[in-house]
Write a new protein. Structure first.
Length: 570
């Protein structure tokens, strides 16, 4: 009896232990799952979420350590040493800026010098820091800086009329980003051979000019000329990609200095649907183009009078110093004669988006401000062709002009990629100077078909035909009329003798045929750039001036010869 009782109690105790263990494991697993879910939720939290959950006194360091607060120690130390920095920097700035001011001195001034220059008692404040590059070669960092300065800067300005004006520069407000480059890394202290500094981005620059003992506005044009001179000097002397190199350890650091790395050719083709800035008539648009916004580096197109769909077809070439960070900017204005021109819109293309040696053909939307790309107002579009050609790019075909003759980037591209007689003609001309290379040949245009053309007749159809012409030579051909069709097929080929392939344009205008008249439906305007390079291609092109519609074309180029301008001797 006792045996069976002990056995029963043992079995019951064992079962109880097993059940308890199982329940414990289940509870533990449930807690783990809940904890995992909690951790997963925390992993998705942002800093702002943490600020909402925790009172300020309990913020952990990873919540309060924003970039600005990380630099609090640097600003405190800078405030302590600022009097010494001011003394050293003032002399350095005066010595380096005076020659630049002289370079950009307006013609109305006979001389521009500093009679006094100190940076004041207010130190700049650093509000952000980021590491752009860090490797065995060096370190690149960027510091964002705000400075509401109280400097004591007096410029001695002497006019051509013999009048001397002491002008005070005051109330400087500046916000920008400076780039610091520490290269090369070395084994001796301070562990880098040189430091480069540059103004990477200028967000704000405000200052006031005051004639000591008078009013600068009393002398017309002085204030505007001085402001432009100062801003141009800053742009040219310290704005990226310009960089100032300060040797720390003796050595050759010429590789850190600014050097041209290539050329950019921009063809300003045309614009469409520009905003009208005139109350009477239409705008008179012209364009300015630049990589660095300096007067001597800014190109300007011709003015097209009374036209919201101007065609320029002009070439411009620029020196590139840093293809990874630089951009080409295009601004279109309405020419108001002697008055200040009104900005219609602007756009920008980053050079890092260009494939070296390849033509980029783009239509770009115009905006009011490049800093604010979103623009609800439709200001029109501009058509560009761009070619970036690095100096270190190896040509498939030897370039006879590379070292001794001036050559556009587009010409170099065609020489390196072309397989036809154009390359042979370049080689034949390699021993002679030339003013301009002119590409001649025969352009065959096959108007294949139209797609989804606009309906112009009451029956919802059109009777379309195409007028094909070259803009410079005025040669014209016309396709047959295809009756009652919005998707006509022509398959007609026309040959044009082209005298200057780089600068001519192909224009295709589509009309609806009526018995006693014709209705304009839209047009396509093409440069010959792509067919000069590829020599043979087929593509579809949207109709300009129409809500719908495309033309499918086949273009073929047969080069004949290259003529040399007779204005330049051998």
């Amino acid at each position: 009896m006792g045996f069976w009782l002990g056995l029963a109690m043992g079995v019951a105790a064992g079962v109880a232990l097993i059940v308890a263990f199982a329940r414990c494991e289940n509870a533990r697993a449930a807690r783990r799952r809940k904890l995992a879910a909690t951790v997963a939720t925390f992993s998705k939290m942002t800093v702002e979420d943490s600020r909402k959950l925790l009172p300020g006194t309990l913020y952990p360091s990873w919540v309060v350590f924003s970039t600005q607060q990380k630099l609090k120690w640097l600003n405190e130390e800078l405030n302590k040493i600022w009097p010494f920095v001011n003394d050293a920097a003032s002399e350095l700035i005066k010595a380096s800026v005076e020659p630049v001011l002289e370079q950009y001195r307006p013609i109305v001034f006979a001389a521009l010098t500093f009679s006094k220059l100190t940076l004041g008692t207010v130190a700049p404040q650093f509000t952000g820091i980021s590491i752009i590059e860090s490797n065995e070669e060096g370190i690149v960092m960027e510091l964002e800086m705000n400075w509401d300065a109280n400097p004591s800067i007096i410029l001695d300005v002497k006019t051509r009329l013999g009048v001397a004006l002491p002008i005070q520069v005051k109330d400087i407000g500046f916000t920008g980003v400076f780039r610091l480059i520490f290269k090369p890394l070395v084994e001796q202290l301070p562990c880098f051979g040189a430091v480069c500094f540059s103004l990477r981005q200028k967000k704000k620059l405000d200052f006031k000019l005051k004639v000591i003992g008078g009013d600068i506005s009393a002398i017309p044009g002085i204030s505007a000329a001085l402001e432009e001179t100062i801003k141009n000097a800053i742009e040219d002397s310290i704005t990226w990609p310009v960089r100032k190199v300060i040797p720390i350890v003796p050595g050759d650091y010429s590789d850190l200095e600014l050097k041209p790395v290539g050329t950019l050719e921009v063809k300003l083709v045309q614009a469409r649907d520009l905003t009208n800035k005139d109350l009477i008539g239409k705008s008179d648009p012209f364009a300015t183009l630049y990589i660095r916004p300096l007067p001597d580096k800014t190109k300007r197109s011709k003015t097209i009078n009374n036209d919201l769909n101007p065609i320029w077809n002009e070439h411009f070439e620029f020196i590139v110093e840093d293809a990874d960070t630089q951009s080409v900017t295009v601004k279109i204005y309405d020419d108001d004669g002697i008055q200040e021109s009104d900005l219609i819109g602007c756009t920008q293309v980053s050079l890092k988006d260009l494939q070296p040696g390849k033509v980029k053909d783009v239509w770009l939307k115009l905006v009011k401000d490049l800093e604010i790309q979103r623009d609800r107002k439709d200001r029109g579009q501009v058509h560009l062709e761009l070619v970036y050609y690095p100096y270190n790019m190896k040509d498939e075909t030897p370039n006879p002009f590379k070292q001794h003759f001036s050559m556009t980037s587009l010409e170099r591209t065609m020489t390196s990629n072309g397989n036809g007689s154009a390359s042979k003609e370049y080689i034949r001309l390699s021993s002679r100077k030339r003013k301009e290379i002119i590409l001649r040949g025969v352009l065959s245009v096959t108007v294949i078909s139209g797609e989804d053309l606009p309906a112009m007749d009451m029956n919802g159809k059109s009777d379309p035909y195409v007028v094909v012409s070259l803009k410079k030579t005025k040669t014209k051909h016309k396709t047959r009329v295809v009756n009652e069709s919005l998707n006509p097929v022509w398959n007609q080929t026309f040959d044009f003798v082209v005298e200057d392939g780089l600068h001519d344009m192909l224009v295709l205008e589509v009309y609806d045929h009526d018995t006693f008249s014709r209705d304009y439906m839209g047009r396509c305007i093409l440069t010959l750039t792509k067919v000069l390079i590829e020599e043979d291609y087929t593509d579809s092109f949207p109709l300009q001036g129409a809500k719908t519609g495309k033309l499918k074309l086949h273009l073929k180029w047969s080069p004949q010869s290259i003529m040399r301008d007779s204005g330049e001797g051998a």
